[in-house]
Design a protein around this ligand. Structure first.
Ligand SMILES: [Zn+2]
Length: 270
């Protein structure tokens, strides 16, 4: 009798375990599929979002040394592509000062390069530098009503040519400019047109090579007197940049990445 009772208990236990197992088993596919759904959804987000972010390519297209006889042609091409750029101007060509207004009216950003564009003059001491800069600021304001604190140093902030005039002057100027409320922009891409003899095809190739592997680009080109080849190469270059999916922005006061050259960074542009 006792033995029979034990068997009955065992059967009950096994039955109970079987029910528990059954319940667990029934529940499992549910949990599994919902887990899978969540995982897939999470994967989808984690897979698409960073890729989208990584694929966003932003270019700040900039021109130094204008206005000149090449500026108007550049404006026409930019207009055709609906691209806005930033122009770092000089006071070298009074006969083209009237174009500053056109640059402004077409929605581009006007910024300060240097009035004289002369290393000897502006890099002799900080006083000479800021005298030149304020002269350019006044010119811009007189021609367009635009006031700006956006600057680009002749030769970039880390140029060593200026050391010939006064050793360490760039470090002085960087510090002074920031104290006076100016914001300076170097660059991380160029088409190499500081050498005006380079043919348009080379400028085009240089520009493409220069942006490879980058997602945020400060591109320097020139619209100075000697830069006819830049104008010739521009249409083809922009066509390719647009095809590559670059989004063009102008330099603004807020939310800008910095593009500051390091002291040992060598560059050819000015
Ligand atoms: Zn320049």
């Amino acid at each position: 009798m006792k033995h029979f009772h034990k068997i009955k208990l065992s059967i009950l236990c096994v039955g109970f375990l079987a029910i528990l197992y059954g319940l667990a088993h029934i529940d499992q596919p549910h949990r599994k599929s919902s887990d899978e759904t969540t995982t897939m959804a999470e994967n989808d987000i984690s897979k698409t979002k960073p890729v989208e972010m990584a694929e966003q390519k932003i270019m700040y297209l900039t021109f130094n040394d204008g206005p000149s006889q090449n500026t108007e042609g550049i404006l026409d091409i930019l207009d055709r592509y609906h691209i806005k750029a930033t122009f770092f101007i000089t006071g070298s060509n009074p006969e083209y000062f009237h174009l500053l207004k056109k640059v402004h009216e077409q929605g581009h950003t006007l910024a300060l390069h240097t009035y004289s564009h002369d290393y000897e003059t502006i890099y002799s001491d900080p006083e000479a530098y800021f005298h030149d800069l304020v002269k350019l600021e006044n010119l811009l304001n007189d021609q367009t009503g635009v006031k700006t604190n956006i600057i680009r140093f002749l030769g970039g902030s880390s140029n060593t040519i200026s050391d010939r005039n006064r050793n360490g002057i760039m470090q002085e100027l960087v510090k002074d400019a920031e104290l006076l409320g100016y914001v300076y922009y170097d660059w991380n891409a160029e088409n190499g047109d500081s050498d005006p003899k380079l043919p348009p095809e080379t400028l085009y190739q240089n520009a493409l090579t220069s942006v490879q592997g980058k997602n945020t680009v400060m591109m320097v080109m020139h619209d100075g007197t000697d830069n006819a080849n830049t104008l010739t190469a521009l249409d083809q270059t922009l066509q390719e940049f647009v095809r590559q999916g670059w989004e063009f922005r102008v330099i603004e006061d807020a939310n800008m990445p910095t593009f500051h050259h390091q002291r040992d960074e060598s560059t050819s542009a000015d």
